[in-house]
Ligand binder design. Structure first.
Ligand code: 13P
Ligand code: SF4
Length: 346
């Protein structure tokens, strides 16, 4: 029963005290978030994990790449556990290391030594290691502008993995024209670009978030027609044309800050994951908040972490059983940390 499971989670948290740390991403279910010791976006959770030297067990309520990042940034004495191994990220799965190495070789044949790789943290540890050993860095949605600017201080061009939309939206905001952006298709192994190659400044990996792609121009038009006073704010993982029509865009942290600072009585349509939108609706009854897409758009893999999986992983700790430990191979971790530190130290 739900109440019994909740009671047992509380008991274990009490028993383990500071030895246990539960970070929770904003997109997690309420039944899980209620037990999180820290709630944040991907950047905040990476920073919090890096700072926490006390907890021996980190039960990461998020998706696989986040748990890998936490493992890379914590000490060997600390163990990172993912409550459900099926909690992956479809975007991170759109770039594997073999495709990336192959693309890099082909792109080098076209552009020589003029490119720096950047990867969204929503990527595997192996991709972060690739980026780390090629002098690049990770980015998150809350520092993408600063990191892309930094990359252009190092090299003429960037390869941006694996989310084409975050890459395109960020580069566009920094004044780079859409005609200066090419797309690398990892399936056909081809560069999708019509113009002169010498014009290319950004090469976008053809990946996307299956949640944020569900927000459409039609959704925006519908809201505009129904209530012109409603402000539309979306995550930069949404398509360029949706971001262009919205009033504002930013990371999950930025969206939360805008809603918190909004006037009482103001109306908002939000284009991001369902659990966060629902939580904002509950937390701000004095504001009129809806999802930009009436179908709400859940992240199915984030939702795989539920109360039974959280409790099961906590039980494995107290019973000293083998749980879902996330351990990044040593050499990969050594190179991935270079990419992460170039971001975190800025
Ligand atoms: P942020 O937490 O960086 O906003 O990213 C959103 C996301 O899709 C996480 O998987
Ligand atoms: Fe991946 Fe999108 Fe889910 Fe984030 S919301 S974990 S990017 S699929």
């Amino acid at each position: 029963k739900k109440e019994e499971m909740e009671e047992r989670v509380r008991e274990i948290k009490q028993q383990l005290g500071e030895e246990l740390f539960i970070p929770g991403h904003h997109y997690q279910r309420d039944e899980v978030i209620q037990f999180a010791d820290a709630v944040g976006d991907s950047l905040q959770l990476a920073q919090i994990s890096a700072k926490n030297k006390k907890a021996r067990h980190i039960v990461f309520c998020g998706v696989h790449f986040m748990a890998e990042t936490a493992d890379i940034l914590t000490t060997p004495e600390q163990t990172v556990i993912l409550p459900d191994m099926r909690a992956g990220c479809s975007m991170a799965d759109m770039a594997d290391i073999y495709q990336t190495e192959r693309a890099w070789k082909e792109l080098q044949a076209l552009f020589g030594d003029t490119m720096l790789p950047l990867t969204y943290v929503n990527s595997t540890a192996a991709i972060k290691a690739f980026v780390g050993r090629n002098s690049g860095a990770t980015v998150t949605s809350s520092n993408a502008h600063a990191m892309v600017q930094w990359a252009f201080e190092q090299k003429e061009r960037i390869l941006f993995l694996p989310d084409q939309h975050l890459g395109r939206n960020t580069a566009f905001d920094l004044g780079i024209g859409l005609d200066e952006m090419a797309v690398w298709n990892p399936i056909s192994n081809e560069l999708e670009y019509d113009g002169e190659l010498s014009q290319v400044k950004v090469i976008l990996w053809k990946g996307h978030c299956s949640v944020h792609e569900n927000f459409t121009i039609q959704n925006v038009e519908h809201i505009r027609a129904a209530d012109p006073s409603m402000r539309i704010i979306v995550h930069p993982e949404c398509k360029r044309e949706v971001v262009a029509l919205a009033d504002d865009n930013g990371s999950t942290k930025y969206i939360i800050e805008q809603i918190e600072a909004a006037e009482i009585g103001s109306a908002w349509a939000i284009g991001t994951e369902m659990n966060l939108v629902n939580r904002l609706i509950q937390q701000h009854p004095d504001k009129h908040i809806i999802s930009l897409n009436p179908n709400m758009c859940p992240c199915l893999t984030m939702n795989r972490i539920d109360l039974p999986h959280l409790l099961w992983s906590l039980e494995t700790i107290v019973e000293d059983k083998e749980g879902n430990v996330i351990k990044v191979e040593e050499q990969t971790a050594r190179e991935a940390v270079l990419a992460l530190e170039r971001m975190l130290n800025r």
